[in-house]
Design a protein around this ligand. Structure first.
Ligand code: PA5
Length: 534
């Protein structure tokens, strides 16, 4: 007991001003581990320093990595960058104020009351987290998201918006301006507007890279506004830039406090001292728990509903950054750190059973929030004498932590005084820097995503196959999978052709002419045609 208390005092990194603390005392790292880590961490601090000074830290894309400047523009390596950041924040605040006041209004003359965000990955996850964590019932615009190319998912969003579509500000977010899921969401939104007699451009806003296809479209159609995404900010670290700030400001979330929290955490995590730097301690613990090669998964368990999207947010930040085949020297390393989680105590009634008793392939990061309610006015109900619902939440957190300790599981705990714009900004900045430091320890480029690009290219090939197939079917050709695959010049793609045909049939755009086993089935155009076998 005494040992645990001593260890707790030795390995607690606190920031009183931010109301945050990191406790790694329940990670079973061996004596001398931190001393051993001091040298590699010192090299990582140097590299982080170079990144913040404008080094090309993303060599594959020949780009600087500047998300730290977003909350401290004076740190930017060039005055144009500093001015672009500052003026963009001011423009966002002005635009949000204009929307709230009705100066920027829908064609009907009413006020905008709904906000539809269209984007995916780093262009969606940050805004989703911020809206869920900080959104309030009295926000001036209620927010909706389209973050996929699932037509049914989109219909659900438009059904939920219903007749309020006329009062919906539609923000399309894409750094590249060419992401298919986002383009499709925009085209569907356009069609829903047209069906309701609305002009999409009169209620649309773009957040995109200058000169991108989306930027050109927004300019040529005179959309309401366009905000920049800079090539030196990656999607997964863009939440303190226009991607996160615009929707937050539109929901009247305090973006200055959000930026201040991130800025303050950056100052705290810039300290080149492993034991006093929470991001360094966090990454050193990841390195220990995973043997420096992703050998164990990180379970994120915030005991707070408002943070239930945090694990999803971190999944991208951590896995897209650290999940890399090659190191910076081009040697195969297959690095990564798997992240999953939801929230406590809810997950105690689900997978925590396995964490306590099953396969030992994880470590847990708890997030504990001290203040129970944001509605301080509400009288605190005692569900039992002297005990509130919030006391139970704390009890479940501490109890689970103890149970995992007894089972020999490693746990990290981050304590926040409360969830607000400042602490959320700080929490995000903490993990951003921990990822950056860990990437240096692992010797990888955290700022590119070749795997994502590979997936995009592969999807493009499937769509190309479908286009050739449909055109063939529409000419009246019918045939088996193998015949059709051969006819479109893709004899090796029979399985893809089969799945594409099944999808077309399920949606009434092709039909099964003769049923049977997959190899014997004959497919044809939607309408009966006289075409013979291919
Ligand atoms: O983090 C990233 O870079 C990606 O997840 C992107 O955000 C995602 O692919 C969307 O890209 P874009 O913003 O170009 O539409």
């Amino acid at each position: 007991m005494h040992d645990r208390w001593t260890r707790f005092n030795a390995y607690l990194v606190e920031n009183q001003d931010l109301g945050m603390a990191l406790d790694v005392s329940q990670v079973n790292f061996p004596p001398g581990y931190l001393e051993v880590m001091e040298r590699p961490m010192s090299a990582a601090f140097d590299q982080m320093h170079d990144i913040e000074a404008g080094a090309i830290a993303n060599p594959d894309e020949d780009r600087m990595v500047g998300h730290y400047w977003l909350r401290a523009p004076d740190l930017a390596p060039a005055p144009e960058i500093r001015d672009a950041i500052s003026s963009t924040v001011a423009n966002i605040e002005r635009f949000a104020a204009d929307v709230h006041s009705g100066r920027v209004a829908p064609v009907s003359g009413d006020r905008f009351t709904h906000l539809l965000m269209i984007g995916i990955g780093g262009s969606a996850l940050g805004p989703q987290l911020v809206a869920d964590a900080l959104g309030t019932a009295d926000a001036p615009l209620s927010i909706h998201f389209i973050d996929n190319t699932d037509p049914d998912g989109m219909d659900r969003v438009f059904d939920a918006i219903g007749p309020d579509l006329a009062r919906t500000l539609i923000v399309v977010v894409s750094k590249s301006g060419g992401t298919r899921e986002t383009r499709n969401g925009m085209l569907e939104a356009r069609q829903w507007c047209a069906r309701s007699g609305l002009t999409f451009a009169r209620q649309a806003v773009a957040v995109t890279g200058t000169g991108s296809a989306l930027h050109r479209l927004a300019t040529s159609e005179a959309w309401l506004a366009s905000f920049p995404m800079w090539d030196w900010v990656g999607g997964r670290t863009s939440v303190t830039g226009p991607v996160g700030l615009l929707p937050a400001a539109l929901q009247r979330i305090d973006i200055q406090a959000f930026l201040e929290g991130a800025r303050q955490m950056d100052r705290h995590t810039r300290v080149p001292d492993l034991r006093r730097n929470p991001a360094a301690m966090l990454s050193a613990m990841w390195y220990h728990c995973t043997a420096g090669r992703g050998a164990k998964d990180m379970v994120i368990l915030p005991y707070k509903d408002r943070l239930s999207l945090f694990s999803r947010y971190l999944q991208q930040l951590v896995m897209e950054s650290l999940g890399k085949a090659l190191d910076l020297q081009g040697r195969p390393v297959h690095q990564g750190l798997t992240v999953y989680g939801n929230k406590g105590s809810t997950d105690q009634h689900a997978y925590v059973q396995q964490l306590r008793e099953g396969v030992h392939n994880f470590f847990v990061t708890f997030i504990h929030v001290l203040e129970d309610r944001s509605h301080h006015g509400l009288e605190t109900l005692e569900v039992e004498e002297g005990v509130t619902s919030g006391d139970y939440l704390t009890g479940f957190h501490l109890g689970t932590r103890r149970a995992l300790l007894e089972a020999g599981r490693d746990t990290i705990t981050i304590t926040l005084r409360r969830v607000d714009a400042r602490s959320l900004g700080a929490l995000i900045a903490l993990f951003e820097r921990a990822v950056g430091l860990y990437a240096h320890l692992a010797g990888i480029n955290a700022y590119h995503q070749p795997g994502v690009e590979a997936g995009k290219r592969a999807a493009g090939r499937v769509v190309a196959i479908q286009k050739r197939l449909l055109s063939l079917l529409r000419q009246g050709t019918s045939g088996t999978v193998e015949e059709l695959a051969g006819s479109i010049g893709s004899p090796d793609e029979a399985e893809t052709v089969y799945h594409v045909l099944e999808h077309l049939c399920a949606n009434g755009r092709a039909r099964v002419v003769k049923d049977g086993l997959p190899a014997g089935k004959v497919y044809g155009a939607r309408e009966a045609s006289s075409g013979g076998a291919a």
